[in-house]
Design a binder for this molecule. Structure first.
Ligand SMILES: Nc1ncnc2c1ncn2[C@@H]1O[C@H](COP(=O)(O)OP(=O)(O)OP(=O)(O)O)[C@@H](O)[C@H]1O
Ligand SMILES: [Mg+2]
Length: 339
């Protein structure tokens, strides 16, 4: 990506560290949502949601279909009046000062929309004017954004003829035209092929390097894990858990999971009986000569369990701890199985 392309966009501010932003006062956050409720008739789409996004970070909002991600993002983009609750962008109230908030937020919606007969440059010129970018600098701003997003070769193409990957880039370009401090991106990678996904992620990392805060949604935790500094998992409008991935892992994996393989089925049965008698053992699941052991405790406890098996005379072929994959973490969280 060309450094020059940053020209008319903000100069980089150093990305805030997590430690430096431990305070959660709304004023210190790039985005703060407090007690947000949104009802559509009888349906509570967002249920008392509180989120705090430190400045300069990439913050993922993860959840299955209907979790309330788009509803929350539309609130951040000032497009939706909440049933209850408050929200602030860099301390500015979303409900009380929506026009000021619009200056601070670049919103990339889930659906791009149809722009019949419009060329790429016309599209960007139209939106730059709508965002109030002064005529004098408009051309320069558009050129910078087009260069940043590698859309230079598409200048004269019709918007509706672009591939999905290019349309997503253009949608991101539109969100950047007024040089917002915060980007709210609703599933920017959905429907893209693996290469286009990587490219969009790289662009988002570049935005972070430029000092912007990015709030981004996805269905899949694993999809955003390598991109986000922090994630929040939503289900049925509620926050299930939020934090860095390490924090999530620590909170969800209080129990140790150990794969134990014995020499034969008979030894596995004996090992199961032996382990079940120990106070630290929460669960043992046997399948043939393999056991999945769930226990609470530190390394010393695991060592003691292994010792106990061997002292009992069973032949242990394998005794290996298993870390939850991101997929497993997500499934546990969204089924409400939070330790
Ligand atoms: N304008 C609306 N009128 C009525 N119900 C709505 C409206 N917008 C959203 N909903 C409902 O609110 C709930 C949350 O929807 P939302 O679009 O916020 O979820 P989401 O997490 O973005 O889901 P997806 O992953 O499918 O995009 C859903 O049950 C949806 O049907
Ligand atoms: Mg959505």
């Amino acid at each position: 990506m060309n450094e020059l392309a940053r020209g008319s966009l903000s100069a980089a501010e150093p990305g805030a560290t997590l430690e430096a932003t431990a305070g959660h006062a709304a004023g210190q956050c790039a985005v703060a949502v407090e007690g947000l409720v949104k009802e559509f008739g009888k349906l509570r789409a967002v249920d008392n949601l509180t989120l705090h996004v430190p400045p300069g970070l990439i913050y993922g909002v993860i959840g299955p279909n209907g979790a309330g991600k788009t509803t929350t993002f539309r609130f951040l983009a000032t497009l939706l009046r909440p049933t209850a609750g408050r929200g602030y962008v860099h301390g500015v109230s979303i409900v009380a000062e929506p026009l000021e908030v619009r200056r601070l937020v670049g919103y990339m919606p889930e659906d791009f929309g149809l722009y019949d007969g419009m060329k790429v440059w016309e599209f960007l010129d139209f939106f730059a004017a709508a965002y109030g970018v002064p005529r004098k600098v408009r051309q320069r701003v558009i050129e910078d954004v087009v260069e940043l997003l590698d859309l230079t070769g598409k200048w004269n193409d019709f918007v509706n003829g672009l591939s999905r990957g290019m349309r997503q880039r253009l949608a991101l370009a539109r969100a950047l035209l007024h040089d917002p401090r915060v980007l709210v991106l609703d599933e920017p990678a959905s429907g893209l092929d693996p290469r286009a996904r990587l490219e969009i992620k790289e662009l988002i990392r570049e935005l972070k390097r430029m000092g912007k805060t990015v709030v981004i949604s996805s269905h899949i935790l694993a999809e955003l894990a390598d991109l986000c500094d922090m994630v929040a998992v939503l289900e049925r409008g509620r926050l299930v858990i939020a934090g860095t991935l390490d924090e999530l892992r620590r909170q969800l994996q209080k129990h140790r999971l150990v794969d134990v393989v014995l020499i034969d089925d008979q030894d596995a049965e004996r090992a199961e009986r032996c382990l079940r008698g120990h106070g630290a053992v929460l669960q043992v699941t046997r399948s043939g000569r393999s056991l999945l052991l769930e226990a609470a405790g530190d390394d010393a406890v695991l060592a003691e369990l292994l010792h106990r098996l061997i002292a009992d005379g069973v032949t242990v072929v394998r005794f290996a701890e298993r870390e939850l994959t991101l997929e497993e973490i997500f499934m546990r969280v969204t089924q409400g199985i939070v330790a």
